[in-house]
Design a protein around this ligand. Structure first.
Ligand code: AMP
Ligand code: MG
Length: 532
């Protein structure tokens, strides 16, 4: 990796901060500040994504012995061809303009174009302070680094647009954090991950330029992104920015539809965490829906308000896109067309979400009144019965209508028996409530019987969209606690299982079950703080 042909196009092409001192400040009129990672005491490589390395053509043999590589992944070695920098961006946080944010602890090392012509940006997260670190230390704790490493890769294997993670290095240094923000800070082990993405640019990189009226920079940055990532657009087209916003809207709609499909809750959908490429970005207090509840968020500080709760994600994405549109207003000729992109977002999301939902249920479409009724009642039942979202849909893949016709068992009993591992609530055994599920299953079965496709084929296809393994917070917390005690093998096992989330892995059943009762409300196991 040290021998890779590193490029620094961003630094070479755009104006950077003239001040070279690494001190916190307000930066204006530029897109980034050049900054060196701060070396750490004792870097040790603890996790590595073979699949990403293979994709990039990076050799991963004898990693533990490759001292230079580990130094590079820890920020202790910077190749002479690199020009590391922290990007300047702003953002709307929890509904209000927050001003300058920027890469406060992420440092881009550079770009690489691989032998397969894949262009990727490499970024260290937790590599030390930058001019954008505000009041913080530029570091990351092991627990949040494990969470980001695992989730980036888990999302990739789920088929969801995301930034990736190549490595996780422990630093041998402590980082002080106050997990509950209650005046009890303590030292935690520190870590650094190396993130990889076609680009880490966010809505906020554009918003800050509009906020400070730096319009020629705004235009140059937009042209850069369009040329690199939206080759279908003609950069000289007089309506290119309106069209660009439409494309960003479509990509964002797809990303959100995927999140809804697998029950992912990002937790902090501020505009500085929204990728301009529609990739899931910045894994903080995220989580997966367990007991179905659209208002649920894993983010402790948002629990009361629920702004970024599961069911709000589609409309929050639209709110964020609206802020992006506003940032582009000074560049466009046709204001009305800018806002058309929001309608494109809405329509794309609705279509894709519906198509995904219909696949989750093994149906051909959700167009008929019967299917719409079926879905509406499903949401009511899932919530009323405190039903695990992932387990329910996965079990539904095993509902066989052909067998029902032959078997002597009552189909209603059989259905309840099939899905009951997904229930949290003991109310599920109450007869009158049980009847509602049976009624739902009868309607579902009747609709399935109208479908011509073979039953076995339908079930196999359902398994391709309903994952068996997702990164539940309690699973992440278990591997974090082991890692904090020096044992990284549970992490590597979980990582291996998450690489095949749609496959039944009979040896790994224990990673596909509901959290134990005590973990359902415990901090770290269910809800997370932003302290990371
Ligand atoms: P986040 O909520 O993690 O997306 O971060 C919001 C802003 O805070 C970004 O500008 C981050 O770079 C910055 N930030 C978060 N944690 C740290 C840290 N430990 N040190 C410096 N900056 C940080
Ligand atoms: Mg962020």
């Amino acid at each position: 990796m040290t021998e890779l042909p590193w490029l620094s196009r961003f630094v070479d092409r755009f104006p950077g901060d003239p001040v070279r001192e690494n001190a916190i400040r307000c930066v204006q009129g530029v897109l980034y500040s050049e900054v060196q990672p701060t070396p750490v005491r004792l870097p040790q490589l603890m996790a590595w994504s073979d699949s990403l390395a293979n994709e990039l053509g990076i050799a991963s043999p004898s990693l533990l012995e490759d001292e230079i590589l580990i130094k590079l992944l820890a920020g202790n070695y910077v190749s002479p061809k690199m020009k590391p920098y922290a990007a300047r961006y702003g953002g709307h946080q929890f509904g209000s303009w927050a001003g300058q944010l920027g890469d406060g602890r992420a440092i881009t090392l550079g770009e690489v174009v691989t032998a397969k012509s894949i262009r990727r940006e490499f970024q260290l997260k937790g590599a030390g302070p930058t001019p954008y670190s505000r009041m913080a230390d530029g570091r990351a704790v092991l627990r949040s680094s494990i969470r980001e490493f695992l989730c980036s890769e888990a999302m990739y294997f789920l088929g969801i647009p995301t930034t990736r993670a190549l490595s996780l290095v422990t630093t041998g240094e402590g980082v002080i954090r106050d997990f509950f923000y209650d005046g009890h800070p303590k030292a935690e082990p520190g870590a650094i991950i190396c993130r990889v993405s076609p680009s880490f640019l966010r809505f906020g990189n554009f918003e800050i330029l509009a906020a400070y009226q730096e319009l020629s920079l705004l235009k140059d940055l937009a042209q850069f992104v369009i040329q690199d990532h939206y080759p279908e657009l003609d950069p000289k087209d007089p309506h290119v920015y309106e069209k660009f916003l439409c494309e960003v809207s479509k990509k964002t709609a797809w990303m959100i539809a995927h999140w809804m499909r697998v029950g992912f809750v990002h937790g902090v959908m501020n505009t500085d965490n929204m990728s301009i490429l529609g990739l899931t970005l910045d894994y903080g207090p995220y989580g997966w829906l367990e007991s179905y509840d659209p208002s649920w968020t894993p983010n402790m500080i948002d629990a009361d308000r629920g702004r970024y709760g599961f069911g709000n994600q589609p409309s929050i994405a639209q709110w964020n896109l609206t802020r992006l549109c506003e940032a582009f207003l000074p560049l466009v000729r046709d204001e009305a067309r800018v806002y058309e992109s929001l309608e494109i977002y809405r329509v794309t999301f609705e279509q894709v979400h519906k198509a995904m939902l219909s696949k989750k249920l093994g149906l051909e479409s959700l167009d008929s009144q019967d299917t719409q009724e079926l879905v509406k009642n499903l949401w009511i039942l899932l919530q009323a019965f405190e039903t695990d979202y992932t387990i329910f849909f996965r079990l539904l893949c095993d509902w066989t209508i052909e067998q029902n016709d032959k078997s002597h068992e009552n189909p209603g009993d059989k259905f309840i028996h099939l899905i009951s591992p997904a229930f949290y609530s003991i109310r599920s055994i109450e007869p009158h409530l049980r009847e509602q599920w049976i009624y739902w299953s009868e309607k579902y079965t009747a609709i399935l019987k109208l479908i011509e496709s073979k039953d076995a084929r339908r079930r196999a296809q359902m398994k391709l969209v309903n994952p068996k393994y997702v990164l539940r917070n309690y699973l992440a917390q278990n591997v974090i606690e082991a890692a904090q005690n020096g044992d990284f093998s549970p992490l590597n096992r979980l990582f291996r299982v998450l690489k095949a989330p749609y496959e039944d892995q009979p040896q790994e059943e224990d990673l596909a079950v509901k959290p134990p009762e005590w973990a359902r409300k415990a901090p770290g196991y269910s809800t997370l703080s932003c302290s990371s």
